[in-house]
Design a protein around this ligand. Structure first.
Ligand SMILES: CC(C)(COP(=O)(O)OP(=O)(O)OC[C@H]1O[C@@H](n2cnc3c(N)ncnc32)[C@H](O)[C@@H]1OP(=O)(O)O)[C@@H](O)C(=O)NCCC(=O)NCCS
Length: 229
């Protein structure tokens, strides 16, 4: 039986990394990439052709889309656009690198991406369109809401809750039973010892709210999202 086809949405660094996992798993044929940047159309990125813009008619018939925007807010915007094209959540691919073991008592939602070396110990629940970059470690009873993003090397203690769209920077760690609020950011290398409220950017050891004005990810554009992936 022929393999199902997958289309990646956003010609990002995350898309390139995900291509490696898709090919290693061997479950899908890669039909190509959709991206609104017209200058990329027709070009080939790591062996995958950029076909058209996101709203291009017909490209998503009989394929499984996978949104590869690096930041959760950007993924959510793209999924909303695809919702309007009638793409049901169950049509999205879920990509798990073959090096990752997902125990039976864990769950991974539609559209999520787990790259090489991610660990789920036991009773871990990951929502939809979650991205876990290499070597992220989830431990017992962690609960991760939709559109959360984990850069390489993040470690969560047991019973941690990560709310929708939160972003955890490279090699940050979170104490057990702590909650990261909706849309919040934890800086790379940070150690989070207490709950991080929604919509804030914290960093450092121990992590604290960053002083002075700073950008919330809500305000970032899709283009920036691709840079950060
Ligand atoms: C936390 C973060 C989002 C802040 O970005 P920003 O809003 O552009 O902030 P700035 O770089 O202007 O820094 C603001 C202040 O916070 C400090 N700071 C920034 N990131 C920090 C971090 N991770 N740990 C400690 N302090 C940090 C800066 O030194 C600066 O301090 P100052 O005002 O005393 O000079 C960013 O530094 C970060 O860690 N991003 C995650 C990167 C990552 O994991 N990328 C993976 C890509 S796959």
């Amino acid at each position: 039986m022929a393999a199902e086809r997958i289309v990646l949405v956003a010609a990002s660094g995350l898309a390139r990394e995900t291509l490696v996992a898709i090919r290693a798993a061997g479950e899908y044929d890669v039909a190509g990439i959709l991206d609104d940047d017209q200058s990329l159309h027709g070009s080939v990125i790591d062996g995958a052709r950029v076909l058209a813009g996101i709203d291009g008619a017909g490209w998503l018939d009989n394929v499984r889309p996978l949104v590869c925007v690096g930041l959760g807010r950007g993924r959510e915007k793209v999924v909303s656009r695809l919702d309007r094209q009638g793409i049901p959540q169950s049509q999205y691919a879920t990509i798990v690198d073959p090096s990752v073991r997902v125990p039976d008592n864990c769950s991974v939602g539609y559209g999520s991406i787990l790259l090489a070396g991610v660990v789920l110990t036991t009773c871990v629940n990951l929502g939809r369109h979650v991205v876990a970059m290499p070597q992220t470690t989830f431990t017992h009873d962690d609960v991760v809401d939709d559109y959360a993003t984990f850069a390489a090397g993040v470690s969560l203690g047991g019973g941690v809750e990560i709310a929708r769209g939160a972003y955890l920077g490279m090699n940050s760690s979170v104490r057990q039973k702590v909650r990261v609020g909706e849309g919040s950011t934890l800086g790379m290398g940070s150690v989070l010892l207490q709950d991080l409220p929604p919509g804030e950017i914290w960093a450092g050891v121990p992590a604290r709210s960053l002083p002075g004005p700073h950008r919330l990810f809500d305000e970032l554009t899709l283009a920036h999202s691709k840079e950060a992936s």
